[in-house]
Design a protein around this ligand. Structure first.
Ligand SMILES: [Zn+2]
Length: 493
C-alpha cells in the first residue's frame, strides 16, 4: 500500500519535472548548430529534441542491419539457421522472459500467473518438453487437474520426460481416487526406473490397499534389491505379505497353495505369531503334527502367546485333559517364567482338577498383574478347592473391572484389535500390531463396578447359578486355554 503510494508520487514528480524542463527549453531562445560536411543547420529547441530521437532510431536500425548482414554472411559460409535465428531472436527473448516469470510465480506459489506465463512461453519457445512440464506443474499446484493431466500426457511422447509424465499421471489418478489405474501406471513407472524409491513406496501401498499381495511381494523384493530396505525388515514384511496371500488363497478355496504360503511366511519370519499359527495349522492338515509342534515351540521361545497355545492344543484334537497337560509340559518348559506360561500352566492344571498345583503354577500373578484372566483362574481354583461361594464371586467381581491384559495394539494409533491383522483397521498402517497392554485399560469404569467386590463379598445367600456355571466351565471342560477365558468373559458381561 505504502509502496504503491510512493510509486504514484514518483511518477507525478517525473511528469512535472519533464513538463517543467520542456517549458524551460521552449522559453530559452537557445539554438543548436549542426554541421554535416559542408552543410550547416540551425535547430530550435523542439527541432533539436526531435532530431535527437530520430538519431537514436537511426542508430538502432543501423545496428539491426549490421546484425542481419552478419547473419547473411554466416548463412553464406554454411550456417544454415543463421538467418532464421536472427529473426527468431526477439521471439526467443520474449519467450525466455515469460519462462522466467513463470518460474518465479511458481516459486512464489502464484499458480494462476505461473500457468499464464508458462503458456506464453510455450507459444513463443519451441521447447515443448520444458514448457509443457512447467504448465503441468503450475496446473497441478493450482489444482487444475484436467490441464495438468493433458500436459503430462503430451510429455509421454518424449523419452526424456516420459518418466516424469507417468509420475504426474499417477498423482492425477490418485487425486481422482482411481487406484487401479494409478497402480497400473506405477508398475509401468517402476519398469522404467526399478530403483526409484518414491515409486516403489507408492506402488507398494497401492498394492496392499488393493490386496494384490503377490504384486506387493515383488515390489518389496525390488526395494530390498535396490538397497532401500534392510534384509531383516524385508524378511518380516515379506512374511506378513505371504501370510495375507495365504488368507486370500484360502478364501478362494485354493487350500494347497494357501498352506504353502503360510509355511513360507513362517519360514521367513519364525517369530511372527500369526504366521506360526497358520503354518502349524497347515502342517497339521498335511498330517505333519510333529513339524507343527516344532514351529509353535520356535515362536513360543520368542513370545509366549495364547494363540500359539491354542494352535499347539489343536495338534492333538481328541486327547484327554490329562494327556494334554502332560504334552504341554514341553512347551511350558521353554519359557517357564513368562506370565503366559504361568497362566497357561494353571489353566491346564485346572482342567485336570489339580487345584493346589494350579495355585502354585499361577504364583503371585493375581497380585502382580491382576488381569481378567488371572482373576478368573483364581475364582476357578477357589471354586475347585471348595471355597465359599462368596469368595468365588468376589474373585469374579474383581475380574469384571480388571485390565484385560496384553492385546493386539497398533503401535501407530493405539487401536486395539481382537485378532492380528496385517493392516490396522483404524489407521491403515502396515504391520504395526504389537502384543502388549493397551495404553489405557485400567481406571474407574462408567458403571462404578469397583464397588462390586464389597457388595457381593457381604452377600450370604446362594450364589447366582450363572456365575457358578462360569467357574464350572473352566473346571470341567477348558476347551483350549485361551477359549476358556474368553467364554468366562462372555458369561460375565
Ligand atoms: Zn493403527
Amino acid at each position: 500500500m505504502f509502496w504503491t503510494l510512493i510509486k504514484i508520487l514518483l511518477f507525478v514528480a517525473i511528469v512535472l519535472g519533464l513538463a517543467y524542463g520542456a517549458g524551460q527549453v521552449m522559453d530559452s531562445d537557445q539554438t543548436v548548430g549542426l554541421r554535416i560536411f559542408d552543410m550547416e543547420f540551425v535547430l530550435g529547441p523542439i527541432q533539436a529534441i526531435i532530431g535527437l530521437v530520430l538519431a537514436l532510431v537511426a542508430l538502432w536500425v543501423i545496428l539491426k542491419l549490421i546484425g542481419l548482414v552478419i547473419a547473411v554472411l554466416r548463412f553464406m559460409t554454411g550456417d544454415e539457421t543463421a538467418i532464421r535465428r536472427f529473426f527468431m531472436r526477439n521471439r526467443e527473448k520474449r519467450g525466455l522472459d515469460a519462462l522466467l516469470s513463470a518460474l518465479i510465480a511458481q516459486a512464489e506459489g502464484d499458480g494462476k500467473t505461473a500457468i499464464a506465463k508458462a503458456e506464453k512461453a510455450h507459444k513463443l519457445l519451441n521447447r515443448p518438453v520444458m514448457t509443457n512440464l512447467l504448465v503441468a506443474q503450475a496446473a497441478e499446484m493450482k489444482g487444475n487437474r484436467e490441464l495438468a493431466e493433458d500436459r503430462y500426457k503430451a510429455l509421454l511422447s518424449d523419452n526424456r520426460s516420459r518418466f516424469v509424465a507417468v509420475q504426474g499421471l499417477i498423482r492425477a489418478k490418485l487425486d481422482q481416487g482411481d487406484k487401479e489405474k494409478a497402480r497400473a501406471l506405477a508398475t509401468k513407472a517402476l519398469d522404467m526406473q526399478p530403483a526409484h524409491e518414491a515409486t516403489q513406496n507408492t506402488l507398494l501401498s497401492l498394492q496392499t490397499e488393493l490386496e494384490d499381495w503377490s504384486g506387493a511381494r515383488k515390489t518389496l523384493l525390488n526395494k530390498k534389491s535396490s538397497g532401500h530396505l534392510p534384509r531383516d525388515v524385508w524378511r518380516r514384511r515379506d512374511a506378513v505379505l505371504a501370510l495375507q496371500e495365504s488368507d486370500r488363497l484360502a478364501a478362494t478355496g485354493e487350500l494347497d497353495r494357501a498352506r504353502e504360503a503360510a509355511i513360507e511366511a513362517n519360514r521367513l519370519s519364525p517369530d511372527l505369531v500369526a504366521a506360526a499359527v497358520a503354518a502349524a495349522q497347515a502342517l497339521v492338515a498335511q498330517g505333519k503334527g510333529s513339524y507343527a509342534a516344532k514351529v509353535i515351540k520356535k515362536a513360543w521361545k520368542v513370545q509366549p502367546h495364547p494363540e500359539l497355545a491354542a494352535a499347539y492344543a489343536a495338534i492333538e484334537k481328541d486327547e484327554t485333559p490329562l494327556k494334554r497337560q502332560a504334552r504341554f509340559q514341553k512347551l511350558l518348559r521353554i519359557q517357564p517364567e513368562a506370565d503366559e506360561s504361568k497362566l497357561l500352566g494353571a489353566e491346564l492344571l485346572i482342567a485336570v482338577e489339580d487345584f493346589p498345583a494350579a495355585r502354585r503354577a499361577l504364583g503371585d500373578l493375581y497380585e502382580r498383574k491382576p488381569t481378567v484372566r488371572a482373576l478368573t483362574i483364581m475364582a476357578a481354583i477357589e471354586r475347585g478347592e471348595g471355597a465359599d461361594d462368596s469368595v468365588v464371586r468376589g474373585w469374579l467381581a474383581r475380574a469384571l473391572t480388571a485390565p484385560r491384559g496384553p492385546q493386539w495394539v497398533c503401535a501407530k494409533c493405539q487401536h486395539v484389535h481382537t485378532s492380528w491383522e496385517a493392516i490396522c483397521d483404524n489407521c491403515g498402517a502396515f504391520d504395526t500390531l504389537e502384543w502388549r497392554d493397551p495404553p489405557d485399560s485400567t481406571g474407574p469404569s462408567a458403571t462404578q463396578t469397583e464397588l462390586l467386590p464389597l457388595i457381593v463379598g457381604s452377600l450370604s445367600k446362594p450364589a447366582d447359578p450363572e456365575v457358578v456355571d462360569a467357574a464350572d466351565t473352566t473346571v470341567e471342560t477348558a476347551p483350549t486355554p485361551s477359549e476358556s477365558v474368553a467364554e468366562n468373559e462372555k458369561k460375565l458381561s
